[in-house]
Design a protein around this ligand. Structure first.
Ligand SMILES: CC(C)(COP(=O)(O)OP(=O)(O)OC[C@H]1O[C@@H](n2cnc3c(N)ncnc32)[C@H](O)[C@@H]1OP(=O)(O)O)[C@@H](O)C(=O)NCCC(=O)NCCS
Length: 418
């Protein structure tokens, strides 16, 4: 049997769509066909045709992996990330290592291209999770939701008279994107989203995932306006597969504007009631402002897990040191990550990545390091779980980590999940 791995060529969309329908119930009920698959590439900037990997056996498509490029916020700054999606193998060809080999080839290519990171969503304790763990992916966090019976949500609505909630219009897109990006700076995960993605996924249609959409109905997408300024926005609609549910896909306000979050929340709860919904569901968002507004909701696990793995450690460090920070202590650290080595050195207040001799060597624990990138571990925890050999006090090593990296809570809205 001749096995061949390659990337997309025009005409492959037929066999890719057919394999995806066979492997995913969601795509089958969505009626994914070649033109809808090609549309995904138009709607998602990071979904490039050259990121579609195919494994063929004797000329027949057997396995497929899609790389979706995303720029994610991390404690090391914005990182170009190879997002992995649509991992699939024809049922008749499973258990032979096809998916594992195809994904490893995609990882190798994106490592070579200088992508510092790769990340994906999958089911926790599932077969695919075992494949990803074997390839080095680390569990970062489990999928969590907020859920409330309509009655409870209605009990926590508050009118905010100085804010008007109105239908989002084309002229608002730039300002909505600004609200999204500004709020994102308080989080990790939270991918950069272009105006065109905002237009396609929220204005032209109502997305509830990077690949799944509903037609937009009036009232699905609204802005909170105060004195002519957009201070927040919300996208929410009835859950397509459950007539009793109302889903909040996105609810965002400028930092510190808990009043705008509250105004949007009130609007969404009233609309859920008008639409005959009996409960509301939203992705759980960390942060005091969200916790306050969603106080009548209870947390619920979703069964999914977000995983990541460093692809190119040197590129990641170069990214971390490129951010503007004032470095005070003259120190050189040799950092090791799964066999990759690079030295970060501070000389005369400037920091660079190179091969210099070092005052300390830190062999990083990959599990903790990945979690540290998304705020699920502290610098202290990272050093405790890593192997540190230092000729200088450990406190100085810790301080340099704290200057290089800024961990924050993580969140990725549904529209951006791949
Ligand atoms: C998940 C999926 C892509 C796996 O495809 P696959 O080609 O069978 O994957 P692999 O062969 O690489 O790995 C599957 C198993 O075979 C084992 N395996 C790998 N190479 C092998 C070989 N040469 N001989 C025997 N077994 C092998 C793996 O170790 C793994 O074992 P495990 O289940 O005990 O952990 C496939 O089951 C699928 O399409 N599922 C539906 C879609 C889906 O859920 N996708 C994941 C979305 S996140």
């Amino acid at each position: 049997m001749a096995e061949n791995i390659r990337t997309y060529r025009p005409g492959d969309e037929e066999s890719i769509a057919s394999l995806l329908r066979k492997c995913f119930e969601t795509y089958s009920s969505y009626g994914l066909d070649s033109s809808k698959w090609l549309e995904l590439a138009k709607l998602n900037e990071g979904f490039k045709l050259e990121g579609a990997y195919l494994l063929e056996v004797d000329g027949k498509l057997v396995s497929h992996v899609q790389v979706v490029e995303k720029k994610l916020r991390t404690s090391a700054g914005f990182l170009e990330t190879a997002g992995i999606a649509n991992v699939s193998t024809d049922p008749e060809y499973r258990g032979k290592g096809h998916a594992s080999r195809l994904l490893s080839k995609a990882m190798e290519d994106y490592k070579r291209r200088g992508f510092p990171l790769t990340a994906l969503f999958t089911g926790y304790a599932s077969g695919p999770q075992r494949i990803y763990r074997r390839l080095g992916y680390v569990d970062i966090c489990l999928d969590e939701w907020w859920i409330a019976p309509l009655w409870d949500a209605q009990g926590s609505i508050r009118e905010v008279r100085w804010i008007e909630v109105r239908e989002a219009e084309e002229r608002d897109i730039q300002r909505i994107t600004r609200v999204y990006e500004t709020s994102g700076n308080f989080y990790t995960g939270w991918p950069v989203r272009s105006e065109s993605e905002c237009r396609e996924k929220m204005f032209a249609r109502t997305a509830y995932h990077s690949f799944f959409y509903l037609p937009r109905s009036p009232g699905d997408f609204v802005v909170a306006e105060e004195g002519g300024e957009v201070v927040g926005y919300a996208m929410a609609a009835k859950i397509p597969w459950d007539p009793e549910g109302f889903g909040i896909a996105e609810l965002v306000a400028l930092p510190g504007r808990v009043d705008a979050l509250q105004a949007l929340f009130t609007y969404v709860v009233k609309r859920a009631s008008e639409k005959g919904a009996r409960y509301l569901r939203a992705p759980r968002v960390p942060g005091a402002e969200y916790t306050r507004v969603f106080s009548s909701f209870r947390a619920q696990m979703g069964g999914g897990v977000f995983m990541s793995e460093v692809l190119n450690f040197r590129a990641l460090l170069e990214n971390a040191v490129a951010r503007e920070t004032a470095f005070l202590d003259e120190l050189a650290l040799r950092l090791k990550y799964r066999g990759e080595v690079a030295t970060v050195s501070v000389r005369e207040g400037r920091v660079k990545v190179g091969e210099d001799s070092a005052d300390a060597v830190v062999d990083l624990d990959p599990e903790t390091f990945n979690r540290f990138l998304f705020g699920y571990s502290s610098a202290e925890e990272l050093l405790l779980n890593s192997t540190v050999k230092a000729d200088v006090p450990a406190k100085r090593v810790l301080n340099l980590f704290k200057e290089l990296f800024s961990p924050k809570p993580m969140h990725i809205w549904l529209v951006d999940r791949w």
